[in-house]
Design a protein around this ligand. Structure first.
Ligand code: DAH
Length: 358
């Protein structure tokens, strides 16, 4: 009996003294392992007389349970201590200034993206989004471009393999399908801006197979082309950070608008720098028009009651103009030196009151 107490004290001391998990495991093996001291005691029960076994069995078993419990508790404590030590070791002081060589920058396209959103949000537009992989139906058919319509050839489309149910998906060729998505789930009044990635089979100094557009849509009972012109003018003044701009309207054609208008911005390119509101050059800005009543009807909106205008333009182009970047492909080459030169400070989020591109 006293032997057992002595043995337990000795094991408990070893458990308490185990400095790490490996030392604790050694104690466990020496007590509870196949040839451990307690395992040997339990084995010895087999050779005892029934009376001895009756007396010793419960003693040995509770000894085993107490030791196993003590080992588990010590193990948990050691694990917690190891975790605390690791957390203390891996602690990072987030208030330390970043090393100059590791400072990241905001890509000029992301910057222009955020500027467009900030300006239109200020004009009361909400941001709407849609997927890059779009239904052919939303990208074309509901926008009044049925299959075999010649306007489909204007969009050099990336087609995605047909779905099991026979439906066709495409990489969206413009942000206009977000108009469809918005009208299908929201009743007028609608006032949204939708910036996003778009795709066309095209690549040269001014075209990239993946590029960015912004789409605007306003639908209510009274809105008209005059509102559209004002909104685009306000946008240009804010985006190019000038007090006045001169815009020119050209009649155009888009299947989803009637009438359709393309807008140019008066600019001066002499002297190597582009200036707005003066000069004799014109810069293409955006396509637009009054939403074709057929598109409203395709999207479940009563065209006898509601009318709307829509517009769409390229964000990469806007960024190239504003920041003097000559080749669109340089946007997507991931050249760190280029990014450091043209990038923007990460914490300077564009706002109208804080300055857009400071
Ligand atoms: N989706 C057209 C394009 O990619 C741009 C556009 C033109 C959008 C007229 C519009 C619009 O919303 O009304 O070329």
């Amino acid at each position: 009996m006293s032997d057992i107490q002595g043995l337990e004290r000795q094991i408990q001391d070893a458990i308490a003294g185990a400095a790490d998990e490996a030392a604790l495991e050694a104690v466990r093996v020496s007590a509870l392992g196949k040839k451990g001291s307690i395992s040997e005691l339990l084995k010895s029960l087999g050779a005892m007389s029934p009376d001895e076994r009756k007396a010793n069995g419960p003693l040995f078993n509770t000894l085993r349970d107490r030791v196993a419990g003590a080992i588990a508790a010590r193990k948990a404590a050691l694990e917690e201590r190891a975790l605390d030590a690791r957390l203390a070791f891996e602690r990072v002081d987030v208030t330390l200034p970043v090393r100059p060589e590791s400072v990241g920058t905001i890509h000029p396209v992301s910057q222009a993206f955020d500027e467009v959103v900030a300006i239109f949000a200020d004009l009361g537009f909400a941001v709407a989004e849609g997927p890059d992989v779009e239904y052919d139906d939303y990208n074309f058919t509901k926008l009044n471009i049925p299959p075999d319509h010649p306007a489909r050839q204007m969009h050099d489309t990336f087609y995605v393999a047909k779905q099991a149910d026979g439906s066709q998906h495409v990489l969206r060729t413009h942000t206009s399908p977000v108009q469809v998505r918005t009208m299908l789930k929201q009743k007028p009044p609608i006032r949204i801006i939708s910036p996003g990635r778009t795709y066309r089979v095209d690549s040269d100094a001014t075209h990239s197979p993946m590029f960015h557009q912004f789409e605007g849509l306003v639908v209510d009972e009274v809105t008209h082309l005059g509102h559209l012109k004002w909104v685009l003018e306000e946008f240009c003044k804010a985006f190019f950070e000038v007090d006045s701009v001169v815009m020119r309207a050209r009649p155009s054609f888009f299947p989803f608008t009637e009438p359709s208008v393309e807008w140019d911005l008066r600019c001066d390119r002499s002297g190597g720098q582009i200036k707005f509101g003066q000069g004799n050059d014109w810069l293409e800005l955006a396509g637009s028009g009054m939403v074709n009543p057929r598109v409203l009807e395709n999207c479940g909106i009563d065209s006898t009651k509601y009318q709307g205008y829509a517009f769409g333009g390229g964000i990469d182009r806007l960024a190239m103009l504003k920041y003097g970047i000559p080749d669109i492909r340089s946007f997507f080459e991931s050249d760190l030196r280029w990014l450091r030169h043209f990038g923007f400070a990460a914490l300077d989020i564009p706002t109208l009151d804080g300055g857009l591109s400071r």
